[in-house]
Design a protein around this ligand. Structure first.
Ligand code: HEC
Length: 108
């Protein structure tokens, strides 16, 4: 019993804290109002986006632009008819925050 408790505490504390902080940042910026990590919501899932951009060396820069300026930054929409709005309609995301979230999205 005691061993199981110690074990579960050890496992919980080894969870990637950085990934969790990045997900929290995406939550704070209301990204999950439209996106989810797996099934598609109104917007493509972060997992699908990650797969789409895999191997593209410009991925991070493109994603940062889209996260800050919306679909129009890359002449979108390209997934469907819905567009991702610019920051007039959602919480402000700084360049550094966008970079952090883009890295997290690409890791999904
Ligand atoms: C109002 C709904 C909405 C919100 C809020 C939103 N998005 Fe989006 N996002 C979309 C839609 C719709 C698309 C698909 C646009 C397209 O087809 O080009 C998209 C596309 C994207 C893409 C992929 C673009 C591509 O071409 O592959 C990324 C990355 C992304 N969003 C990240 C984010 C992040 C990070 C946040 C939070 C800061 C966020 N989005 C908030 C609706 C939203």
């Amino acid at each position: 019993m005691k061993i199981a408790l110690i074990l579960s505490v050890a496992i919980a504390s080894s969870l990637p804290a950085v990934a969790m902080a990045n997900e929290k940042l995406a939550q704070d910026k209301q990204c999950f109002g439209c996106h989810t990590t797996k099934p598609d919501g109104a917007a493509p899932s972060f997992q699908k986006i990650s797969q789409h951009w895999k191997g593209n060396k410009d991925a991070e820069a493109k994603l940062v632009a889209i996260i800050r300026q919306g679909s129009a930054a890359t002449a979108g929409p390209h997934w469907n008819k819905a567009t991702m709005p610019d920051q007039a309609e959602r919480p402000l995301v700084s360049e550094a925050e966008a970079r952090q979230i883009a890295k997290w999205v690409l890791g999904q």
